[in-house]
Design a protein around this ligand. Structure first.
Ligand code: ADP
Length: 654
């Protein structure tokens, strides 16, 4: 028989060719899915008594014949009669799987769903495709079909000893890589690693006398019972770990813990999600989740299926309810995908809440490794925030953990300022901030360690969500100013003129425009000069690293405030050494306009000469240098040549 392939709407071949340059390797997945489907169908038929006798060997085999340039996929499934080939293959708009699923609805979960192109994807890589098939039906005649990529096919009776189907692809010269063992094996490993029917490719090899030799055993690609398809009750911790390494053979780290997903209604979803250790660097952990559809690998790009922060997790999601042939952007608006995504979010939050509730100590132990994940989730998903705020932890410098609520209660008394704001002190580097931390402790304050990649964002979010809550880094101002207990008594110990004189002298020695000089009467036992760094500016700069549109802050140089402690005896001594002189200066007239009419220039003189006192500090360069270096040193900013000069100067001063 000869005929034309009937396509309902348009010719399928241009569509196939369109795929040609992108995902052509999926042909193998499609053909093997069909072979597995046919095998599962046969098992289903046998289980309800519709197929009689011993089913025999059910392995699917992939073989390559280099001389004939063919790749063959063989199964021992239901097979097809010539009528069926006509219906399912020739009339390609007609889906056999759909018809079968309708007939065996409740038994049909095992049938691999629709991938779209299906059988015809073979033409992406083959010039000619042949089908040899013998149906399981009693007295069936074997059929041979062939087609060379036009809409014309040939079909005839043939002889075939075994039940099932062979699909023979005559590989196009351009795609000769699909005749290479290594290429085909790696594709099989990618797509078929967990298919429910054994897939054999060649023979197992072993090392003998320094050479690889074939054994008599077939090389089976897949694990037909991957952990996620089994009942959690049947699995041990060890099984979950073994499966983790089966998924990621090159991954050395052990996962922290896992979640086994299993939903039947209103959608089907199974899977196992693993929590990896994430200390820093969000990116290297992404895109490890593998998406399967009835155990067939579909993709490891799940970013439109689960919320972004969940892409940090590892593991497997298997669902026949995720539409596979739609654009990625469409996926997000799909109702099933939305339900699946919120289900996973809920499961993840529940698991973490359970762990926190049931074994607080263990949870704290794991906190540093899951903190980044949880903060990412809270920052990007309001729902997750609401669940996680009950178990998200803050850690102080003593290594003690507390939820925000608990921590507030702990420090409320000491750290509430005169306006009723609760001020939480933190450091990002306990060594660098040592002197500041000591001063905070002397005051009875607690200091948090916020050295994580997302901590700055996290603190800003907590401030937004909690009125009267502020985070300030211990070195962002005088400790007295960080948590202000009473209104500042602004009693200047230096006159404006004295300050100007000292400022000039300091600027001269410092010679760096990124330091802003400020005069403040700190405690007499505080350093004579020290650095602070404005919380707002510093935080904006840090946040800009993760956020687009904020490069304005990112490009700004680091700016510091150099506080001159006017209460310190050394500073007071410097001031006492300053000399003053009266200087005459011509300035703009500040005369009040008594006439009530605009003064017209030219008619009156707008300038006048005044006498000013100007202070200056001479011959104290060494001491200023020393004081400035001590300020830099105390905040870990004295390095290299400056540090060496400081050391030498210190020795000579002694
Ligand atoms: P789909 O699998 O999405 O229905 P295909 O084009 O891949 O679309 O296959 C069409 C139909 O051809 C299948 O539904 C099935 O009935 C039949 N078929 C394909 N391959 C085989 C096979 N190896 N054994 C038995 N039937 C097959």
């Amino acid at each position: 028989m000869k005929g034309n392939i009937h396509v309902t709407s348009e010719n399928i071949f241009p569509v196939i060719k369109k795929f040609l340059y992108s995902d052509h390797e999926i042909f193998l997945r499609e053909l093997i899915s069909n072979a597995v489907d046919a095998t599962q169908k046969l098992k289903t038929l046998a289980s309800v008594g519709d197929a009689k006798g011993d089913l025999g060997d059910l392995r699917v085999r992939v073989t390559i014949d280099k001389s004939k340039k063919t790749l063959t996929v063989s199964d021992h499934g239901v097979g097809m009669t010539s009528d069926e080939v006509d219906r399912y293959i020739n009339q390609i708009a007609f889906s056999g799987a759909e018809e079968f699923v309708n007939k065996y609805k409740d038994k049909a979960e095992a049938i691999i769903g629709h991938f779209g192109l299906g059988f015809y994807s073979a033409f992406m890589v083959a010039d000619k495709v042949e089908i040899f098939s013998l149906s399981y039906l009693p007295d069936a005649k074997a059929v041979h079909w062939s087609c060379s990529g036009e809409t014309e096919f040939a079909m005839e009776d043939t002889v075939k000893a075994e039940r099932g189907t062979d699909i023979v692809l005559h590989i196009n010269d351009e795609f000769s890589q699909y005749l290479e063992d290594a290429t085909v094996e790696s594709l099989l490993k990618k797509y078929c690693k967990f298919l429910p029917v054994e897939i054999a490719f060649g023979m197992k090899k072993e090392w003998k006398d320094g050479k690889q030799v074939e054994t008599g055993e077939e090389n089976i690609i897949n694990n037909v019972n991957p952990a996620w398809t089994r009942k959690p009750a049947d699995l041990t911790e060890e099984d979950y770990k073994t499966f983790y390494h089966e998924l990621y053979p090159t991954q050395m780290d052990e996962p922290l813990f896992h979640i086994h997903l299993n939903v039947d209604y209103p959608f089907h979803l199974t899977g196992i999600l693993y929590f990896p250790r994430i200390k820093n660097n969000l990116d290297i952990h992404r895109n490890k989740i593998q998406l399967y559809c009835n155990q067939v690998f579909v993709t490891d790009e799940v970013e439109n299926i689960v919320p972004e922060y969940l892409t940090l997790l590892h593991g497997v999601i298997d669902s026949p309810d995720i539409p596979l042939n739609v654009s990625r952007s469409y996926l997000q608006s799909d109702n099933n995908v939305k339900k699946i995504s919120s289900h996973i979010t809920k499961k993840v939050a529940d698991k973490l809440a359970d762990m926190y509730k049931n074994d607080r100590e263990d949870f704290e132990h794991k906190w540093d490794d899951i903190k980044l994940f949880i903060q990412f989730g809270m920052l990007s998903d309001e729902k997750f925030y609401e669940r996680a705020i009950g178990f998200a932890l803050l850690k102080n410098l003593e290594g003690k953990y507390a939820t925000l609520d608990d921590y507030r209660t702990q420090v409320k008394e000491a750290q509430t300022d005169k306006d009723g704001n609760l001020v939480l002190l933190y450091t990002q580097d306990a060594d660098a901030n040592y002197t500041y931390i000591e001063r905070a402790r002397e005051k009875g304050y607690d200091v948090l360690l916020m050295d994580g990649e997302l901590d700055v964002h996290f603190m800003s979010m907590l401030e937004q969500k909690n009125e009267h809550l502020r985070f300030v880094r211990v070195d962002s101002d005088l400790i007295e100013n960080l948590i202000r207990k009473e209104d500042k008594k602004d009693e200047p110990t230096l006159s404006t003129e004295q300050q100007e004189g000292l400022r000039k002298a300091v600027q001269n020695v410092l010679n760096d425009p990124n330091y802003y000089i400020e005069f403040q009467a700190a405690a007499a036992d505080a350093l004579p000069m020290f650095l602070t760094q404005n919380e707002f500016m510093r935080r904006m700069k840090e946040m800009s690293r993760h956020q687009q549109g904020m490069s304005f802050y990112g490009n700004m140089p680091d700016q510091y405030t150099l506080v001159v402690n006017t209460a310190h005896p050394l500073i007071q001594d410097l001031v006492a050494k300053m000399t003053s002189e009266e200087v005459e200066e011509v300035v703009e007239k500040k005369e009040p306009n008594t006439s009530g009419e605009p003064s017209t220039s030219g008619t009156s003189e707008p300038r006048e000469t005044v006498t000013k006192t100007v202070y200056s500090l001479a011959g104290e360069d060494e001491r200023l240098h020393q004081l400035l270096d001590i300020a830099l040193l105390a905040s870990g900013r004295l390095k290299g040549e400056s540090l060496a000069r400081f050391v030498n100067r210190s020795v000579s001063l002694l």
